[in-house]
Design a protein around this ligand. Structure first.
Ligand code: F1X
Length: 301
């Protein structure tokens, strides 16, 4: 069905508010509201679909929010097959002000063991036609911290390459299952590998089982650490608007790179990921990239 499968276990309806300034303890008048299917893997799928990649978004979704998520994906033309859960999928709220974003992520619905097993069967089915899977975002209540490790093992057993973007115990256990790329930000890297320079901490994740580590460093760009060497790339200039989905756009670029056989051309892969995530920052909502901006930014990096 899709060459690339993106997994969002805690799918969300992303609500984005644009306000003039964010002031604690004050009442805000919202200038613009956006409601979109979201969650990190959904954003990755949307970006990949925009780029013309053959992608399918999967995960867990339920209730009226889940229905809104799947309807929105269908309207946007993003192929999706979600396993149902009885609970209502979560909302996230992002407040965009002064060229930056403040994010509120709800915990998500409680997932029953039977619902997880149904999802796992769907995941295996989708993996049979896939070459790359992207596992992204937080786990909803009821899904065990070892869930990503199970999915990494499932995918690898079928010869499918894996990109893992997670946090905390889910990341630590997932790394031990041997993903092709793990993609933490600086805080997630420190939680998973301890303090110290990013390159050293990332090397510890290589020792723990990851084949490559790509660290998102916000405005400082990306750092790739592999057994064959380290590379970095940074955006040519600071772009203010909504950085919420920029890491997901970078993940989309890395997923496309995993489709190519053989060792990665890391300088080119990182330059592409930086340009795509910079184009995502220019968009008002997560998961959207303007292709003209991406192509223009690609010339700059
Ligand atoms: O709670 P998670 O899954 O870590 O993060 C969820 C989330 O804030 O991340 C995306 C941006 O990366 C948003 O679109 C999304 O809803």
């Amino acid at each position: 069905m899709g060459e690339i499968v993106t997994v969002t276990l805690n799918a969300a309806l992303d609500v984005t508010y644009e306000v003039e300034a964010l002031v604690p303890n004050a009442t805000h008048r919202v200038a613009a509201v956006h409601r979109r299917a979201g969650g990190k893997g959904v954003n990755v799928a949307r970006v990949l679909a925009t780029l013309g990649a053959e992608v399918v978004a999967t995960g867990l979704a339920g209730g009226s929010t889940g229905a809104e998520i799947t309807t929105d994906l269908a309207t946007a033309g993003v192929p999706a097959r979600f396993a149902p859960v009885a609970g209502d999928s979560r909302r996230t709220v992002t407040v965009v002000a002064d060229g930056d974003a403040t994010i509120f992520n709800e915990p998500g619905p409680a997932v029953a063991p039977g619902e997880w097993h149904e999802f796992r069967a769907l995941f295996l089915e989708l993996c049979r036609d896939a070459r790359v899977v992207v596992l992204s975002g937080s786990l909803p209540p009821g899904v065990a911290p070892g869930a990503y490790a199970e999915l990494v093992a499932d995918a690898r057993a079928l010869g499918v390459r894996v990109l893992l973007d997670a946090d905390g115990e889910a990341l630590g256990l997932g790394v031990a299952a041997g993903p092709d790329i793990v993609k933490p930000n600086a805080a997630e890297l420190e939680r998973a590998a301890g303090p110290g320079p990013a390159e050293e901490a990332a090397s510890r994740l290589l020792g723990a089982g990851a084949a490559a580590v790509v660290v998102s460093r916000g405005a400082d760009g990306l750092l790739a650490v592999t057994p064959g060497g380290s590379w970095s790339a940074r955006p040519s200039r600071r772009l203010p608007r909504n950085p919420t989905g920029s890491r997901d756009a970078a993940a989309a670029a890395l997923a496309r790179a995993l489709l190519r056989p053989g060792p990665a051309d890391w300088p080119a892969v990182l330059a592409d990921a930086v340009a795509l995530s910079a184009a995502a920052v220019l968009s008002p909502v997560a998961g959207t990239v303007d292709l003209a901006a991406y192509h223009a930014l690609s010339q700059e990096t």
